[in-house]
Structure formats: structure tokens, C-alpha cells
Design a protein around this ligand. Structure first.
Ligand SMILES: [Zn+2]
Length: 172
């Protein structure tokens, strides 16, 4: 059985647990109808009326609401780029992440789309690789202040989660 997070004092162990959690959530969000996208789904906004993909450009970012260039609807849906098989359609269907939303600010839409599961999984992989390197550096020299600082800096990302110790804090 896993020890309660409060009891975990080792920063690298705790940091890996946070990365594991992020991975589990991103993988769970990348499944639909019994299928899954192992590398994580890519998400995009589409018109909920006519299915036109809605690219968010610097120009459309300034608009009040996301709007379909084809039918001018402000009804939007967040869907996966990847599709999953379905009996009645050989092409399959995307995962309907948000099946319908109205009057969404482009900046909010862009934020959600930017942090899709594929991005989260790439970030998790990158941070794990950095943690591996830092642990190795600290195994070679436990007084390596740069490695200690970098490990604590990675942990700051999760400072609002249970188990984060005040002494891990760094001034950024
Ligand atoms: Zn449309």
C-alpha cells in the first residue's frame, strides 16, 4: 500500500507521484468507446452546428467569442483530432470532450486546447527525464546545489497539492 502523501519527505519521490497523477489523468481523458490514444489525444474546437474546425489565430483571439467562419455560429465543441471506431461509421468519431458550449472566449478556448492530453504527456515525459538526470547528479554529489535547486523548481509546479513541503519552496 502506498504511504500517505503527507509522510513522503523525499522530494524526488513526491515529484514522481505528481507526474504519475498527471499521466493517469491525461491517459484517462484520452479514451472513448473502449479505445484509447496511447500518446494522448490532441484536442481542437469545432463548430457544434456544422463541424468546421475552428483555428484560433492571433486575429480570432481578439474576437469576443469563438465563431464558426462557415456558418457564424458561436456554438462550439471540443473534440479529439483522433477518432475511435463506431459500428455505423467506418471513419469513426472523435471523442466529444465538451459536446457543446456557447459564447466561449477565444483565449479560454486556446488555453484548454493548448493543454490537451498529448501536451500533458509530453511534459510529463520531459520532466521525468529531467528528474532522472538530477537524481543521478545528486547521487554523484549530494551537495550539488544547482541540481537541488532544479528539483525544487520542478516541484513548485505542484506547490498547491497535498504533501508539498514549505522547505521545498524556491523564489522564482
Ligand atoms: Zn459552423
Amino acid at each position: 500500500m502506498r504511504a500517505p502523501v503527507d509522510a513522503v519527505t523525499d522530494l524526488a519521490v513526491w515529484l514522481r507521484q505528481q507526474l504519475d497523477t498527471d499521466e493517469q489523468v491525461a491517459r484517462a481523458a484520452s479514451t472513448d468507446r473502449g479505445g484509447s490514444t496511447p500518446g494522448g489525444e490532441h484536442w481542437r474546437w469545432e463548430c457544434s452546428n456544422c463541424d468546421t474546425p475552428l483555428p484560433i489565430t492571433p486575429v480570432t483571439l481578439l474576437a469576443e467569442f469563438m465563431e464558426c467562419p462557415t456558418c457564424a455560429s458561436v456554438g462550439v465543441a471540443l473534440r479529439s483530432v483522433e477518432t475511435y471506431p463506431i459500428d455505423w461509421d467506418k471513419r469513426g468519431l472523435p471523442h466529444f470532450v465538451v459536446s457543446g458550449a456557447e459564447e466561449l472566449r477565444p483565449v479560454d478556448g486556446l488555453h484548454l486546447q493548448t493543454h490537451d492530453p498529448a501536451r500533458v504527456l509530453r511534459t510529463v515525459d520531459a520532466h521525468r527525464a529531467i528528474v532522472d538526470q538530477l537524481e543521478q547528479a545528486l547521487a554523484d554529489d549530494a551537495t550539488d546545489e544547482t541540481a537541488q535547486w532544479m528539483l525544487r523548481t520542478l516541484a513548485v509546479v505542484y506547490a498547491d497539492r497535498p504533501g508539498f513541503l514549505p522547505e521545498w519552496k524556491v523564489d522564482l
